[in-house]
Design a protein around this ligand. Structure first.
Ligand code: 3HC
Length: 307
């Protein structure tokens, strides 16, 4: 079916390894969306205007929705929400390394929108053609919202780049901190990617990590010209022969260090998620109690009607 480009649906027969790798990727994608709300939340109360605050709140709210679509898509594969949340809180499950960096200035809201959501779009557009139906369909709506995220981020940096020398410097300093971690979002190099080969055979992954990373480099290299700022990569230069921009080396020690839980904010992010989960227990309990009561009332009403 996959070779014939026929979507796999929840009720279809599927190899256990196909199901498992989808649960792995979709749940970690969902975790990334939810943990990804935290760096930006840091600037909701510090936004420079009401309008910026509204836009940032709308974006963060979108990310929560993306997480819910993706948890729901993962649940169609038989994994429970509780199990996925437990795996995140225990540190067993991964989420995108990018969200383990601190947001130190308002310009970071621009860098995140422009580069992090920009990278996410490059990675998520091909996922709209993923072989697993629920994942592909969730991606269609998510990608539409991501383009707003990227635009609002670029606009923040554009305003800063046209502002005072201090604002230009703030934008450049932020880009310097976020560019390389954004490059790492695409995963290890193809030679070190343990899942790529199988994921590409199963048409979960349509392009390799390095292919999408190259697209990112080429996109940012052109767009940053509009800002009149620099990419923090002295080795970046146009390669006529390749028809792409060459890049300098990625610090893979940093990447694996962050992926393995030792990044600047890993502990803080998981502590915050665990606390939010505990603090929100009463809401979940109330919702379950309400649903039980409603069901009891409905079955009582249909019993009386039948009598
Ligand atoms: N951060 C953390 N872990 C990473 C990673 C990263 N940036 N890149 C790779 N890894 C992990 C993989 O999960 C895998 O570990 P696992 O087997 O325990 O899951 C290991 O490193 C080897 O990497 P592979 O290349 O073999 O793994 P994949 O084939 O799964 O490719 C991926 C990695 C490209 C991230 C792929 O999983 C993917 O496309 N996921 C869906 C998209 C996604 O999760 N994006 C994250 C950002 S979401 C986001 O940005 C939200 C936006 O709204 C801001």
């Amino acid at each position: 079916k996959i070779d014939a480009e026929i979507r796999i649906e929840p009720k279809d027969q599927m190899p256990e390894a196909y199901r498992k790798t989808l649960v792995r990727q979709i749940s970690q994608h969902a975790h990334s969306e939810v943990v990804g709300m935290l760096p930006e939340a840091n600037w909701v109360t510090r936004a420079p205007s009401l309008k910026r605050k509204q836009i940032l709140l709308a974006k963060i709210q979108d990310e929560a929705g993306h997480g819910l679509y993706l948890y729901s898509a993962a649940e169609t594969l038989g994994v429970s929400r509780q199990q996925m949340i437990d795996d995140l809180h225990s540190g067993k499950a991964k989420y995108s390394s990018i969200f383990n960096y601190p947001t130190l200035s308002w310009a970071d809201m621009g860098s995140i929108g422009w580069m992090v959501d920009g990278a996410a779009i490059l990675n998520q557009i091909p996922l709209c053609r993923c072989s697993y139906g629920p994942y592909a369909r969730a991606m269609v709506r998510i990608c539409k919202e991501e383009s707003f995220h990227q635009r609002q981020g670029f606009e923040i940096l554009l305003v800063l780049s046209q502002g005072s020398p201090e604002q230009r410097a703030m934008a450049q300093e932020s880009i310097n901190r976020w560019y390389w971690p954004a490059m790492m979002m695409f995963g290890p190099s193809d030679t070190d990617s343990s899942n790529s080969e199988q994921s590409m055979k199963w048409r979960i992954k349509r392009f390799s990590n390095d292919e999408l990373r190259q697209r990112f480099v080429d996109m940012i290299a052109e767009q940053i010209k509009v800002l009149g700022l620099q990419v923090p990569d002295p080795d970046q230069k146009w390669n006529e022969e390749r028809g792409h921009y060459d890049s300098g080396p990625i610090n893979w020690d940093e990447f694996w260090n962050v992926v393995n839980g030792n990044g600047p904010c890993n502990k803080d992010r998981l502590d915050t998620r665990r606390k939010a989960w505990e603090d929100g227990a009463w809401v979940r309990e109330a919702a379950v109690a309400y649903a039980d009561k409603k069901e009891k009332r409905q079955s009582e009403a249909s019993r009386v009607e039948a009598a």
